[in-house]
Design a protein around this ligand. Sequence first.
Ligand SMILES: [Zn+2]
Length: 163
Amino acid sequence: MARFSCWHPSPGEPALEAIEPEQLLEHCRERLRRLDLYPEPVRLEGVRIRVAPLFFRLPRFRRYHGYALFRTILLRRPPGCGASDDLVTHELCHIWQGQHRRWHMLFTYATTRYRDNPYEREARWAVKETVKGQPAGEGVSDRLGDCGRLASGGESIHSCREK
Ligand SMILES: [Zn+2]
């Protein structure tokens, strides 16, 4: 089973598990800010992170580690080892996509296999492009794992799982 990577902070940066969810979101937003995917940067107003291990015990969600709603990122494990900033960046990218292409996203998730889904590819690419200290295209998507859609209605966009 693949494992998510841990964030290795630079000198002077706090350990991932020691930072507040708002700081983590800010950190991930800064990563996405380097990209020019949408006209406006991702908005963090109302966006929150919830660690919800019980959610991921539900049979349909057991294989997943992160789940993006339109304004909420659900994580199986707390930030730190178990939920990396790569994972949160990936989920935040989906929230960004939803802020700009909500209905197209829903349509695409309903009609496209997840591996081919352009929003999944885009989110994986966004993590690769912004990974710290690594040139783009090396290994991050392997650590991050695949993402799969779950058509559970409501505001759900997608979920991510290990390989
Ligand atoms: Zn995804």
